[in-house]
Write a protein that binds this ligand. Structure first.
Ligand code: ADP
Ligand code: MG
Length: 239
């Protein structure tokens, strides 16, 4: 069974142009897929449609074999980490991690265990009592990821989660995200415009341009055999 399946997915914003033109893509359960493409090509729109934050104009999206077109976000069992991850400024790190679980009426002992586990994975146990303003950018990003992990979601969506971090932190977080996926094994869709991120994290890369898929393949395939100069430009293949 597939983790995520997109069939003929189209998006036309109200009163606007069509920005996604019939995307067909099947992502295996547990697979790590990276979307790359120029700014404005529709990466975030696709992610938001998978998450249920944006309606789809035509087509079907299935998650673990279930059509989710009409399902609200909270019923899709998805964890999201976006670029402008907003932490609750007045809550401690612990409460930031626990908040979503409390809303779902998770028993307190279960919350404590899940927060402790996520904090250990992300090495933020010593920060649980702090407020977000007392954290570095990288630490905040770890908390944002922690909020996704505690959910035990089946599907992780990352939309340029590292683009606000400096180069050193980006490389550190890249390693963490890779380890996290090896450990948790959840289906993951990851958007980035960073070649290194795409090449090191992806099991398959999906290259998008202007709302269409240009090529899908393993990092090796895309690097060795880009179907066009456009694709080559995104993976740094030699001309
Ligand atoms: P990317 O994430 O690849 O940069 P987006 O999905 O954000 O691309 O945007 C794709 C296209 O859709 C762009 O042309 C953008 O201007 C347009 N767009 C995005 N959000 C909206 C919206 N809420 N209303 C109308 N047009 C939008
Ligand atoms: Mg975007």
């Amino acid at each position: 069974m597939s983790g995520v399946k997109l069939e003929g997915v189209v998006k036309q914003y109200e009163g606007g142009l069509q920005v996604i033109h019939g995307i067909d893509l099947e992502i295996r359960r547990g697979e790590f897929v990276v979307f790359v493409g120029p700014s404005g090509c529709g990466k975030s729109t696709l992610m938001r449609m998978v998450a249920g934050l944006e309606s789809i104009s035509a087509g079907t999206i299935s998650i673990d074999g279930r059509v989710v077109n009409e399902l609200p976000p909270r019923e899709r069992d998805i964890a999201m980490v976006f670029q402008d991850y907003a932490l609750y400024p007045h809550k401690s790190v612990y409460d930031n991690l626990a908040f979503g679980l409390k809303l779902r009426k998770t028993p307190a002992a279960d919350i404590a265990k899940r927060v402790a586990d996520a904090a250990a994975i992300l090495k933020i146990t010593h920060l649980l009592d702090r407020k977000p303003r007392a954290l570095s950018g990288g630490q905040r990003q770890r908390v944002a990821m922690g909020r996704a992990i505690v959910r035990n979601a089946k599907l992780f969506l990352f939309d340029e989660p590292l683009s606000n971090l400096d180069a050193l932190l980006r490389s550190e977080m890249r390693t963490e995200i890779k380890k996290l996926h090896q450990r948790i094994g959840a289906t993951t869709i990851y958007v980035t415009h960073d070649q290194v991120e795409a090449m090191t994290l992806a099991e398959r890369i999906v290259v998008l341009d202007a709302g269409r898929i240009m090529q899908v393949g393993t990092p090796d395939e895309i690097y060795q055999r880009p179907v066009s100069r456009f694709v080559a430009g995104f993976t740094g293949s030699p001309p």
